[in-house]
Design a protein around this ligand. Structure first.
Ligand code: NOJ
Length: 543
C-alpha cells in the first residue's frame, strides 16, 4: 500500500528530551554535569528512542540563575566544557540521528555581560538604550509598580548613573530593550552563529516577556491573589508581558530560523490557551511550537484534563502543530504530583496525544522531587521567597544512572544531593526490566515512532468522566489506535456506547500483564492503568 501520510518534519514526528546539563552526567569529576557528560550518554538517549535533545543553557554565566543569566551568548562556560566539546557533541548527536535544540535566552543578559557593563557605565554610553533605564518618580520612587518573578520589585537603583533598570527576574538579569533595533540585530546574529554551527533549533526562554508596554504603565492588582502565591502574582502582568509588538519579533526570529533547513523555533510561553495560540503567528509566522504547559499546570483530574485537551485542539490555528510538556526544570516532577503508579498513565498520555511530546530527563525512570534541606538550597527563586516553598532544586537533582556512589552521576559529591532511592530507581536497574518505567517509556516511544497514526494522525476524543479519558488516533492509511486511561487509583469500566464496537489488541499497557489482551465492548481497567489498543482495520471490523 502506498503511504498516504505526507512528509513531516522531525520536530513534528519525534520526541524531544530535555537535558538540564548541570545534572545529567559529570564526565570531569567536579560534581557538576557537563557537555562531555552528555556526549557519554548519547547512546542511551538514542536507545531511548527520542529524536532530539534540548539542552538548558551552558554559556558563560555567573550562574546567579544557573545559566539563565548569560555573560556571553556565543561561547561555552568552562564549567560545562569548551567549544570543541560542543562541536563534538553536536557531531556525535547528528551521527546518531539526534537533533540538538539550544536554549536561547534573549529577554535578559547577566549583569556581567559586557553589554550591560557598558550600558551601566554612563548615561551617555552607546549601549545605554540596550537595556530599560528609567528615572525615578519625582519623589524618587520606582518608575512603576512592576514586580520581579523571583520576588520583590523589578526595578534596581543604580547609584552611579542615578537611574533604575528593569529586571523581570533577578537583579543580576537585566532585561534587554527589544525596542532597540541594534539589540534585535545582535540577537538574531546570535541565532545565526549557532545555526551556522549546525544546531537544529531553539527553545526561546520567556518569549512572552520580550517586549514591555511603551509607556511602562502600572500593572493592575490581581483580585484573586492569595498569600500562598508568589508575590509576583499580586499584580496582573498585562503591561509587562504579552504585548502586541512581541509577535513582530517572534516573526523575525522565525525568519532567521527558516533561512536554514528544517530548524525549529519553540517558545516558552505560560499563558492561557487563547493567548498562547497567538504565538503561532497570525500568518503561521510565529513559533513552530509555543510550549503547551496544560499538563504541567492543571490538577490531575480526568474530566478537567480531557476538556483542556479538547480546548487546546479546538483553538489551534490551521496548520498549527500541537505539543505537550509533562515536566521541566521549573516545575515539580510528575511522580511527585501524581504518584509513581499514576505517573505511568501520565507517560502514556504524553506519548500518545497528537503533537510533539517533551520529556524531562529522569522522568523516564520515575525520578521524583528530592527534599533539599534549607542549608543546601541553591535556587534563587527558593532563596528569595523562603516562606513560599518555591525552590526548583527538588526537580533538578542528578540523573540516577546506577546503584553506584552518587547514582553513577559523578565520582565527586554532586552540586545537589541525589535522591536516597537511587539504588532502586536508576537506569541500569530498569534497563532490562520489562515492568520498569523506563521500559514503558521505550515501548511507548518506539510505538509512537513507528506508527503514523500516533506520530501524525488525527485525534478524536471518545469519552471522559471523572475517572477515564478515552480517545483514538487514526492515520490516513487506515491504522487506528484506541487509548484508554484511568486517571484515578480506583478500578473503572469503560463501556462503548456506539456500535459497531471497536475491537483490538492491547499493544502497550502500563501493566505489561495487560498486553496482548483483546478488547471489545466493555473495557475494565484497574486503578492507575492505561492501555493502547491497536484497532482492527476499519474495513475488517466485525459488528
Ligand atoms: C525560564 C527558565 O525556564 C527558568 O529556569 C529561568 O529561571 C527563567 N526563565 C529566567 O530566565
Amino acid at each position: 500500500m502506498t503511504s498516504l501520510t505526507t512528509h513531516s518534519p522531525w520536530w513534528k514526528t519525534g520526541v524531544i528530551y530535555q537535558i538540564y546539563p548541570r545534572s545529567f552526567y559529570d564526565a570531569n569529576g567536579d560534581g557538576i554535569g557537563d557537555l562531555q557528560g552528555i556526549m557519554h550518554r548519547l547512546d542511551y538517549i538514542q536507545w531511548l528512542g527520542v529524536r532530539a535533545i534540548w539542552i538548558s543553557p551552558f554559556y558563560p554565566s555567573p550562574m546567579a540563575d544557573f545559566g539563565y543569566d548569560i555573560a556571553n551568548y556565543t561561547d561555552i562556560d568552562p564549567l560545562f566544557g569548551t567549544m570543541d566539546d560542543f562541536e563534538q557533541l553536536l557531531q556525535g548527536a547528528h551521527q546518531r540521528g539526534l537533533k540538538v535544540i539550544l536554549d536561547f535566552v534573549p529577554n535578559h543578559t547577566s549583569d556581567l555581560h559586557p553589554w550591560f557593563v557598558e550600558s551601566k557605565s554612563s548615561k551617555a554610553s552607546a549601549k545605554r538604550d540596550w537595556y530599560i533605564w528609567q528615572d525615578g518618580k519625582p519623589d524618587g520612587g520606582e518608575p512603576n509598580n512592576w514586580k520581579s518573578v523571583f520576588g520583590g520589585s523589578a526595578w534596581e537603583w543604580d547609584a552611579h548613573t542615578r537611574q533604575y533598570y528593569y529586571h523581570g527576574f533577578l537583579k543580576e538579569q537585566p532585561d534587554l530593550n527589544w525596542r532597540n533595533e541594534a539589540v534585535q540585530e545582535a540577537m538574531y546574529d546570535v541565532m545565526r552563529f549557532w545555526l551556522d554551527k549546525g544546531v537544529d533549533g531553539f527553545r526561546v526562554d520567556v518569549m512572552w516577556h520580550l517586549i514591555k508596554d511603551a509607556q511602562l504603565r502600572d500593572n493592575p492588582v490581581n483580585p484573586d491573589y492569595t498569600e500562598s502565591q508568589p508575590t509576583y502574582d499580586q499584580l496582573l502582568p498585562v503591561y509587562s508581558t504579552d504585548q502586541p509588538e512581541v509577535h513582530a519579533i517572534v516573526a523575525r526570529m522565525r525568519e532567521v530560523t527558516d533561512a536554514y533547513d528544517e530548524r525549529v523555533l519553540i517558545g516558552e510561553v505560560y499563558l492561557p490557551i487563547q493567548q498562547l495560540m497567538t504565538y503561532y503567528g497570525a500568518q503561521n509566522d510565529g513559533a513552530h511550537m509555543p510550549f503547551n504547559f496544560l499538563l504541567v499546570r492543571l490538577p490531575w483530574q480526568a474530566q478537567e484534563i480531557a476538556a483542556a485537551i479538547d480546548q487546546y485542539e479546538g483553538a489551534l490555528p490551521a496548520n498549527g502543530w500541537p505539543n505537550w510538556v509533562l515536566g521541566n526544570h521549573d516545575n515539580p516532577r510528575i511522580v511527585s504530583r501524581v504518584g509513581e503508579s499514576q505517573a505511568r498513565v501520565a507517560a502514556m498520555l504524553l506519548l500518545t496525544l497528537r503533537g510533539t511530546p517533551t520529556l524531562y530527563y529522569g522522568d523516564e525512570i520515575g525520578m521524583r522531587d528530592v527534599a533539599i534541606p534549607a542549608e543546601e538550597m541553591q535556587d534563587p527563586q527558593g532563596l528569595n521567597m523562603p516562606e513560599k516553598d518555591l525552590s526548583r532544586d527538588p526537580c533538578r537533582t542528578p540523573m540516577q544512572w546506577s546503584g553506584e556512589a552518587h547514582a553513577g552521576f559523578s565520582t565527586a559529591k554532586p552540586w545537589l544531593r541525589v535522591d536516597k532511592r537511587y539504588r532502586r530507581v536508576n537506569v541500569e536497574r530498569q534497563r532490562d526490566d520489562p515492568f520498569s518505567m523506563l521500559s514503558l517509556h521505550r515501548k511507548l516511544i518506539e510505538l509512537r515512532n513507528s506508527e503514523p497514526a500516533l506520530n501524525q494522525g488525527s485525534y478524536t476524543p471518545l469519552f471522559s468522566n471523572d475517572q477515564v479519558i478515552v480517545y483514538r488516533r487514526d492515520s490516513p492509511d487506515g491504522d487506528s489506535f484506541l487509548v484508554v486511561l484511568n486517571l484515578t487509583s480506583r478500578p473503572c469500566r469503560y463501556r462503548q456506547s456506539q456500535q459497531p464496537y471497536l475491537h483490538g489488541q492491547v499493544v502497550v499497557a502500563t501493566s505489561p500483564e495487560m498486553e496482548d489482551t483483546i478488547i471489545s465492548e466493555n473495557i475494565y481497567l484497574n486503578g492507575d492503568e492505561g492501555i493502547v489498543v491497536r484497532l482492527e482495520h476499519r474495513d475488517d471490523a466485525t459488528t
